[in-house]
Design a protein around this ligand. Structure first.
Ligand SMILES: [Zn+2]
Length: 86
């Protein structure tokens, strides 16, 4: 017959192995995320000062983020995103 202490110890062992599995999965996700490209750059033209510049497009989910702050103070949003053809 198992004692109360033995039962508690068995439960702790199960929790321990679960925590280890979670830790391993967490690290695998972290490694996978590091391999995925999170952003890219594009040459765009500011609709306000017409200056050509490099803007960063962030690969957010579910849509990429097209926001760039121009030196002239203008905030370029997706609707005004004018990509320079290379
Ligand atoms: Zn500008």
């Amino acid at each position: 017959m198992t004692t109360r202490a033995e039962k508690a110890e068995a439960k702790l062992a199960v929790v321990d192995s679960m925590l280890l599995e979670i830790w391993v999965a967490y690290n695998r996700i972290g490694d996978a995320l590091k391999m995925v490209k999170r952003e890219h750059t594009e040459r765009i033209i500011c609709p306000s000062c017409h200056k050509e510049q490099v803007a960063t497009v962030e690969h957010t989910w579910p849509f990429y983020s097209y926001v760039h702050f121009c030196e002239c103070g203008y905030t370029i949003m997706e609707s005004e995103w004018e990509k320079v053809k290379e």
